[in-house]
Design a protein around this ligand. Structure first.
Ligand code: APR
Length: 321
């Protein structure tokens, strides 16, 4: 089987880790595009020179020319600017939408059959705009947020219970923002409800609830917690790693059920928007939305989150995109 070609648009913090992980896992040949002259060439040269040590056999190329992404099977997009002091949310939205517009036009031209995984923020708006400009079928456009948000939730639960994170299943749905919806009811340790274990641990239902609320709040604010500590830039290893899990599901046709930002056509009561939901990821991209019944409280939180996504998309449209 010929190696897959993976194009990365944006060679910043996340883009760099993506190259490294793709090489180490030998997922395919990589082209790293960035607008900054020479920087993607330097980054890829550095990683390529470790091939003898890490023992990987993939081609890695850095470029400032979109032509080099020609025929890519998968495109992962991290291009964008972080918010700078004095910049409003609208300013950031305008800047990043402008960048995404150019990116989408070029992906449409040079990699028209690719499956696109978008990481750039504000995520839900960027995914929407990318699909609008490329006209790609929604199965080939997906955003990374839920895999990371769910991994963060699982990590915090594991720390609280003192058990391996490998045995935790935790799902976060909704938009990628403060309104995201960690699904407490189904959080479990190898099938055992987390709430039951917390109640046992504290021997007090109210205290268990309080602890879970803290875990949920930490999950919602986890991106901000990292930003605050780093002082410059935002989380980069975990978003890259999460996008790689999605890439592997696609390359190896794994049919994994992962929470991703996917287009909804009536599922979960949402029509015409990209929102974080569980979906089957395989060789064709988003192959199926996995719908399940939310209880009244969860549905309320989901509606609130969907409304935030709708407001963001409306803002972007108001700004002319
Ligand atoms: N085309 C291509 N790349 C661009 C463009 C453009 N028009 N404009 C900016 N870039 C590049 C920058 O040069 C930079 O190298 O995008 C890269 C972004 O990298 P970082 O600023 O290091 O950001 P990173 O931490 O990688 O996050 C990227 O993902 O999680 C989100 O919020 C995060 O939106 C951000 C994105």
């Amino acid at each position: 089987m010929p190696r897959k070609k993976i194009a990365l648009i944006g060679g910043g913090q996340i883009g760099g880790v993506l190259v490294q992980l793709i090489a180490q896992k030998q997922l395919g040949d990589v082209v790293l595009y960035d607008i900054v002259p020479d920087m993607p060439q330097g980054k890829t040269l550095d990683i390529a020179e470790a091939a003898r040590v890490d023992l990987f056999d993939v081609n890695i190329k850095g470029t400032n020319d979109y032509k080099d992404i020609s025929g890519a099977d998968i495109v992962i997009i991290t291009a964008g600017l972080p918010r700078k002091p004095g910049m409003s949310r609208d300013d950031l939205l305008t800047t990043n939408a402008q960048i995404m517009k150019t990116v989408a036009e070029n992906v449409k031209q040079y990699a028209p059959n690719s499956i696109a995984i978008i990481i750039s923020n504000p995520l839900d708006a960027m995914v929407t705009l990318f699909q609008k400009i490329t006209g790609f079928p929604s199965s080939r456009v997906v955003g990374q947020a839920g895999v990371l948000d769910s991994s963060r939730f699982a990590t915090f639960i594991a720390w609280e219970l003192g058990v391996s994170v490998k045995d935790i299943n935790a799902l976060v749905l909704g938009g990628h923002g403060d309104t995201m919806v960690p699904i407490v009811r189904y959080a479990n340790v190898n099938g055992i409800p987390v709430m039951e274990l917390l109640e046992k641990k504290y021997n007090d239902a109210a205290k268990a609830k309080e602890v879970m609320t803290a875990l949920v709040e930490r999950t919602k604010g986890a991106g901000g917690e990292v930003v605050k500590l780093l002082k410059t830039g935002s989380a980069f290893y975990s978003p890259a790693s999460s996008a790689i899990a999605m890439t592997e599901a696609i390359i190896y046709d794994e049919k994994r059920v992962l929470p991703v930002c996917a287009y909804l056509n009536g599922e979960f009561g949402v029509k015409g928007y990209f929102v974080g939901v569980p979906a089957v990821l395989g060789a064709s991209g988003v192959e199926k939305i996995v719908e399940f019944a939310l209880n009244e409280e969860e549905q309320k939180l989901m509606d609130n989150s969907v409304n935030a996504v709708k407001a963001l998309v409306a803002d972007m449209e108001r700004l002319g995109f």
